[in-house]
Design a protein around this ligand. Sequence first.
Ligand code: T5A
Length: 212
Amino acid sequence: MSSGCFVVLEGPEGAGKTTLLRGLADRCRALGIGAVMVREPGGTPVAEALRGELLNADRPWTPAMELLYMTTARADLVTRVIRPALAEGRAVFSDRFDLSTMAYQGAGRGLPMEHVRWVNDAATGGLTPDVTLVLDLDPAVGRERQHAAGKGADRMEREDATFHERVAQAYLAASGPGVHHLQADASPEDVLNAAWRVLQRERPETFGPTSE
Ligand code: T5A
């Protein structure tokens, strides 16, 4: 049986990850590609409960607690949902994963990157995405989009502009195997088409050959 394909969508607040995830889900459905969509933190009953606490603006989390709870939620999601789906040969799309922890708890909170990497590795058992699509967008534009959509600010979104600038810089600097940057100020349809071209180039056996 094939080992599936693990795709992660990343980027600052309001960059369009959820919108892209929906577009990818529709396209997979239309093409008969078996796909599982998850979000982080979340995706299991335990992880969704942790999400509620982590994003609750009234909770006094320390950076270390935040790191440990984010990765606890990830450990549950990886064990119960992501690994089993990949073992069935499915495509798994996750709205955020390990790069979020590097960007928010590492660059944003200033925790030592080696601690962030170690804890993440312990949580995932070394699972890494096959493809990471980073949506590049000025964080101020992302915030405007969230305000325009009427989204209330959660605990992370209440952090000041310099925090979100550090997060955005970490995303801009992200590189490595399977990491691709997409211009997120394009229309949702153009972002979806650009993402799909990357997936076809990276995994033609799952997403079909590119027509380029
Ligand atoms: N976090 C998470 C950590 O600190 N560490 C971690 O390890 C992890 C996993 C999660 C929070 O947790 C933190 C990061 C986050 O602060 P969240 O709500 O899931 O919170 O994350 P957000 O990024 O805040 O989610 P949003 O839904 O606000 O942003 P999205 O998903 O990037 O954007 P989306 O698709 O909802 O779009 C926002 C608005 O923009 C419009 C949409 O219609 C919507 O109104 N839009 C566009 N407009 C113009 N052009 C486009 N191309 C557009 N695409 C979408």
